[in-house]
Structure formats: structure tokens, C-alpha cells
Design a protein around this ligand. Sequence first.
Ligand code: SF4
Length: 490
Amino acid sequence: MEINLNNNEVAVRENRLGSVIAYNGTIKDFGESGCGGCSDKKRCFSQSSMCNNGCAIGQLFSIYDAAIVQHSPSGCASIAMGGSINDLLVKALGKSPKANSGFTCTDMTEQDTVFGAIENLKEVIIETYNRYKPKAIFVAASCVSGVIGEDLESVIDDLKDQVPVPIAPIHCEGFKTQIWASGFDIAFHAILKYIVKPAQKKTNKVNVINFAGGTSWNSRADVARLFKALGVEPTFLLSTATIEELEHLSEAAATISTCGTLSSYFGNGLEKGFGVPFIRSLQPHGVIGYEDWVLTLAKVLGKEEEAKIYLAEEKRIYQPQIDEFAKKLKGKRAMIAMGPSYSQNYARILQEFGMIVEHVTAWHLDVKYDDGNMPPALQYEIDHADNNYTFTVNDLQNYEYINILKKLKPDVFVTRHPAGMIVWSMKLGIPAYNVRDEYTSFGYIGTLRFAKALYYTILNKSFTNNLAKHVKLPYKNWWYHQPADTFLVD
Ligand code: SF4
């Protein structure tokens, strides 16, 4: 399905990309059958998951000077707590605390579901502007506003003379998709349609689509140093970006990303709608990914020689140290559970260390991206994973991956979000590592950092062993003997 920035809504991933939330097989089977047999599989029982409203709002609330109006019951607005993570990043970067950013909610009631809540929504938008003076306001739909058919476009049209900043509707009703990552696309569609302006000139900026990374390590400085060698400057998106920066994204020399799942719609939308080249490469995690990311960007910028010199110097310093830890990690067995892009990128890194990837679980799977091609990191694994590890797609269903962990008993479980997942593995006596910061293994220095952390996680098992000794999990023995696809049906 083509990207069309004139449309009010973007199609969800199931319809646009053929994405799935249920699969059980091996990585090679997946590559050979092109997901044959999995696209019509459903999960007949679901424990818990996330909704795309939270995903969209999480992105937009990280903008430095924009406000969110959540048109929903108050429960949906609990996502506002996530804003504190962004405040930490603002602080870490030495920026002044956010002053023109706010999160409000229309607190829809049962009565509103009968009579509608459009007038209340208008009042809340005006009050949000008067209170915070944001540079833009995003108005988010929810299941409740969606079910009663609230017309966000007409509200925004009515207010355009009273509120002197862009107001953008976010069509992120929770029920419209089972894939929360559709929320990324919905948020980015609003930015592309309502905020980004046509280019007046070209600049030496490169749009870097990332999450809120950079709080644990000074990784934004690592990116800036690399970019300086290539004669460009990064604009980090969306976290801590200003509305003014977003207005000028069309002027950039290129767009690049740390996560394929996050960036597919935004990167391809900037390319299709505004002519900004989107860098299609592996993500910059581990040595192979980093080199591919840097060299592909350099090629588009015409700076290949500069990139090779930069990489050679970094490699000279860090590769011998990486090799030392890779020797210690060689042969260790691992299971991975992360979002689709990160899971494939981390499978590659563990294989770079000589580890045996026994199993990969992805929270959903994009069979293709918005350019019509298979995600490069997934294609790489299909082509290079010699042991043809088992592969499942599972949207945060603990009961499924805990069976796999118990059966495989790997030396380490590597996961990313939610952070609480590592506890389940540790309670089984399996050490776990949480890739909390998205720049954990960025470049050579990050790869070394990750190799060290992984080695010491496997080496020092005392806390994991103690936890397992004193915790009784709720599962009975028969539960662990079920196959991983027990709850998948046609
Ligand atoms: S699924 Fe619907 S009701 Fe639940 S948090 Fe998301 S938008 Fe709100």
C-alpha cells in the first residue's frame, strides 16, 4: 500500500505491510516460505499486550515544545507517566526543563459515550494552548472516541482561528490494530502532514530517527563525532526535537535510523513526500551493522573515503578488545526476545561473538517495510544464520516464551522492553540482560561495552541463582510441556 500524505489516516501495519503477531517455525523456513502459513494464524488466547495509542503518544510527548490532548477516559492517559523518561534525557543533555509541553485528557465519561464530547474537547484544546503555549497540539483518538465516531478533523477546523499553532489529529484508536508499532506510523503521519514544511533550501543536517536513547551513555556525542567526519550534523528525532526542527526536516541531506521498525513509515514518507533520501541498511548495532550503516550513509553523502578513514581508526582501537571478549563468549547459548528489528540485529551481534543463538522471539513481524522490501536485518539473518534457529512471533505473551526458556535453558536471555521481562528468566535461574538503552551496542565502542556486560552477566550468576532458589512460579509442570504454538489457530 502506497504512502499518501494527503490521507487523513495511515493504514495499520497488518493491512499496509502484511505484518503478523503469530508465527512458530525456524528462521530459514520463514525465509523460504515468505511467512507462508503464518499470515492467517491468530492467537486464540492473549495474556496482555500494548495498544497503539500509547505508542503514538509516547513518541509525540517526547517533542520538546508540543502538547498532547488525549480524547479518552482518564485511564488511557496513564501513558503520560512515560514522559518522565524524556525529562531525564532533557536533563542529561543539559537543556532547560520543558516549559511549552503538556499532556491533558478530556476524561470521557459514560455520559459522553451517549451524547458525545466534542464541545468538551474544544474547551480542553483551548485551555491546553492557554496554559502551556505549545508550538503545536496533537489530539489523540482513543477506543471510546473512535467507537462513538468523534470527528476530530471538524473540531480542528473549527478551532483554527482561535488557536494560533498547528493542531494535528492522531487516529490511534486502540482497537484498530493488534500491532502497537502502528502507533509509530500514525504519529509520524501527523508530523509529515501537519508539521513538516516544503524545503526552502538544502542543509547539511541528517535526520536520525531514534527513541529516547542516550541517557545511559553519551551516544549522541558519538553520533555527532562520526557525522562531523562526514561533514554533516544530526537532528535527533523525535525525542527532545523542537517543532521548528521538525518543520525543516525536508531540508536534510538524508534520513537514517537506529531501528527499522520505528523508522519505516517516517523515513519512507520523508523520501516520498519531500525527496529526502532514506538510508536503507542494517542498523548500527554490532560491528557488521555499524559498518554497513556508516558506509551506506557515506555513499549517499559522497563521503566514502572520509568514512573509511574514520572507521579504520576506531577499529584499530576497539576491535582487539572486542575479539578478546568474543573469545570468552564463543559457544555460549542464547535466547533473544525483542521488537522485530532489534531482535534480528541482536541475533547478528551474538553470532559475531561466536555465540549460538538458539531461539529468537519478535514482538511482531514486518514481512516488508514501506519501500516494499524485506527488512535488511531480517534478510541478513535468513541468509547467514547457519544453525537455523527456531523463531517465533509473540506480542509479549509471557506464557509462550517462558516455555521456550525452560526447554532451552540458554546461558543467557537477552531482551529489551519491557524491562520487567528479564525477571521471568531469572526466576527460572537463567541470567538475563536488558538492552535498555537503544545505543547499548552502537559502533565499535558500544559493541565492546555490550560484549563485556554480557560476559559478566553470564559469569556472575549468584543473584539469579538465589532468586530462582527462593521463588515459586505460578506454572505447573504440565504447562511447560506444551508446544510454543499451543494457542495459535487458523
Ligand atoms: S486499548 Fe483503547 S481503551 Fe485501552 S488504553 Fe488503548 S486507547 Fe485506551
